[in-house]
Design a protein around this ligand. Structure first.
Ligand code: AMP
Length: 587
């Protein structure tokens, strides 16, 4: 499919027509100096359409900087979506109006093709609460929408996908730190394929040092500047006269700054060291946030091209397992044909990859998916729902500690998934704030212990459990278990289960989904209908079709008919609520 990608800025419009089958740009260009003379957004878009009409684009993808709290995926544009983008103007006063001007002109000129908005913020919208909130008065923050949104999402998602492909690993199994180092710059911690933390916040001003933007700054410094210079002057200083340009006094292009630094220019040297220092700080922080890191991905004009800067950033990080190969780093050249180059030493525990970003291609792909109706799941019928109470899986060693050497689990009742049973044995969970007794153990024994609790349980125990698919306990939270024979401190293993649907390959085919897909599930027919997003599809021959949610989730949809004591799973009667996979796959 040929997709016209439009990136409408305040003074320029960049465009490409991309054939999504080959990933190649058929034509690309830029109209500049909008706002000068007769050049308006409308006349610029008219010129874009003139240049691209020969390629007969089937759809148009528009980059939109700020999607606010609402848009977690690319979205087909209609009047209501335009209103919602307008509503986000206060959050991105420089960008969203320009993006909207492009959308309006293009829709007017090409009314018969679908137009799709692709948001810079969408990839970060599912960040955990702890990463989204600034520690300021919550009511004020909520009223004004002051929280961390993150940007460059299209680039971070794209390079993370290429890195996983290159490493021949499922992205859901990787902990990645992606560093988009261009004129704008941001870092992103990616776990289970999603952004869990990123350096830009409410606006693209926070975080790393950039070409002309300041990055992290004490809010007190902003107030001091504003008092002295006034708001507008401070805005201009922090957005356009800071960063590499402000420090070096030489403009924002690192090539010039590196050349001057080599000549002994002290401000140029200062700019380079402050820049590298900020990136290193974020690498350390994100490795800590994820409890480790499997790969560092560098992209953007600086990340892709400056071997010197990469070296400065990544030196002396061998304590994290990062080891740069000097020659590979020096020679690395990425291109459309070779978009990924590994620059780490063979023995490095963490792979360091230089990856060529291509935000336009990612935008084109997302646009094609949305405009083409995506890969809608079919709906051969509702999915039965089972509600999982808190429970524990044990391995041989933990069984020995808790219930005595050589002890065995005894069956209390069989569960719906074949071979799985609720055991008579129970343990006590002990957290820093509280205890939960009579937590049922599920059998049979597994390779590693795992404790699954709800968000409500988190508060009782005073712990912070990451949302994880079963079995993905690496780097999860610690917890203490007490059994009749002893106490066990698990360094990791405590999770909040990722809601999921078990199904056979035949079920998957019938629903049109694959193992690892994430779908939305609509709960209908009850008093409090609810659509669950991020529902993981798990496919295995031995599974029985069933969606598993925890007690909090069930309560939210009013599915629980009360906790039936030790019964772990609750199957609502046929006539009660049912779940149907009703929406597009959200990959
Ligand atoms: P981007 O916004 O991703 O296009 O990145 C643009 C920036 O990348 C430029 O302003 C330069 O600072 C930087 N850049 C591009 N090529 C090089 C290079 N060979 N060496 C150092 N910096 C570079």
């Amino acid at each position: 499919m040929n997709v016209l990608v439009i990136n409408c800025g305040s003074s320029s419009v960049k465009y490409q027509v991309i054939d999504t089958k080959t990933g190649r740009a058929l034509v690309k260009g830029k109209v500049e100096r909008i706002g000068e003379g007769d050049t308006t957004h409308a006349s610029a878009v008219a010129k874009v359409l003139e240049d691209t009409q020969a390629f007969e684009p089937a759809t148009v993808g528009h980059r939109v900087v700020h999607g606010g709290e609402r848009f977690y995926d690319a979205t087909l544009i209609d009047d209501e979506v335009i209103q919602a983008i307008e509503a986000n103007i206060p959050l991105a006063p420089l960008h969203n109006p320009a993006n909207l001007a492009g959308i309006r002109s293009a829709r007017e000129a090409l009314p018969s093709v679908p137009h799709v908005a692709v948001f810079d913020t969408a990839f970060h919208l599912r960040m955990p609460r702890r990463a989204k909130h600034y520690a300021i008065d919550l009511e004020v923050a909520d009223r004004l929408g002051i929280r961390r949104y993150g940007f460059h999402g299209t680039s971070h998602a794209y390079v993370a996908g290429l890195a996983a492909e290159h490493l021949e690993r499922d992205i859901a199994d990787l902990r990645l730190i992606t560093l988009h180092l261009g004129n704008g710059a941001s870092a992103c911690a990616i776990e289970l394929g999603g952004s869990i933390e990123t350096s830009m916040g409410l606006t693209p001003l926070e975080g790393l040092v950039m070409g002309t933007r300041c990055g992290d700054l004490d809010p007190g410094a902003v107030l001091a500047l504003a008092r002295e210079l006034g708001i507008d002057e401070t805005d201009d200083l922090l957005n356009r006269r800071s960063g590499l340009a402000g420090l070096s006094g030489l403009g924002n292009d690192l090539r010039d700054i590196e050349a001057q630094a080599a000549e002994g220019n002290d401000r140029a040297r200062l700019a380079i060291t402050v820049y590298a220092h900020a990136v290193r700080r974020y690498i350390g922080a994100y490795a800590a946030v994820m409890g480790g890191v499997d790969a560092i991905v560098l992209t953007g004009g600086i990340g892709e091209n400056s071997a010197q800067m990469r070296r400065r950033i990544l030196q002396r990080l061998d304590f994290l397992g990062i080891r740069l190969d000097e020659d590979l780093n020096h020679d690395a050249k990425v291109s459309a044909d070779t978009p990924v180059v590994d620059i780490s030493e063979e023995r490095a525990l963490v792979r360091t990859l230089v990856v060529a970003t291509n935000e336009e291609l990612m935008t084109a792909r997302q646009t094609a998916r949305v405009a083409g109706g995506g890969t809608d799941v079919q709906s051969p019928g509702p999915v039965p729902i089972a509600i999982s109470g808190r429970h524990v899986h044990l391995d041989r060693a933990s069984m020995d500690v808790l219930f005595g050497a050589g002890s065995e689990l005894t069956v209390y009742r069989n569960l719906s998934q074949p071979g799985q049973f609720a055991a008579r044995e129970t343990v006590t969970l002990v957290g820093p704030r509280g205890r939960i007794e009579n937590v049922r153990v599920l059998g049979p024994l597994r390779k590693a212990p795992q404790v699954e609790i709800s968000r409500t349980d988190e508060f009782k125990l005073g712990v912070d459990a990451p949302v994880r698919a079963s079995g993905k306990t690496q780097g999860s939270a610690p917890i203490t278990l007490e059994g009749p024979a002893g106490t066990l401190h698990l360094k990791e293993g405590l999770i909040c289960a990722w809601r999921h649907i078990h199904m056979t390959p035949e079920d998957a085919e019938a629903y049109g989904v694959e193992n690892g897909d994430q779908v939305e599930v609509a709960i209908t027919g009850g008093d409090r209908d609810l659509t669950f997003g991020d529902v993981l599809i798990r496919v295995k021959d031995s599974y029985v079709l069933e969606m598993h949610i925890d007690t909090d989730e069930a309560n939210a949809a009013e599915l629980s008919k009360g906790n039936t004591g030790g019964d772990l799973l609750y199957q609502p009667p046929e006539s009660a609520a049912s779940a149907s996979l009703s929406r597009k796959r959200a990959r």
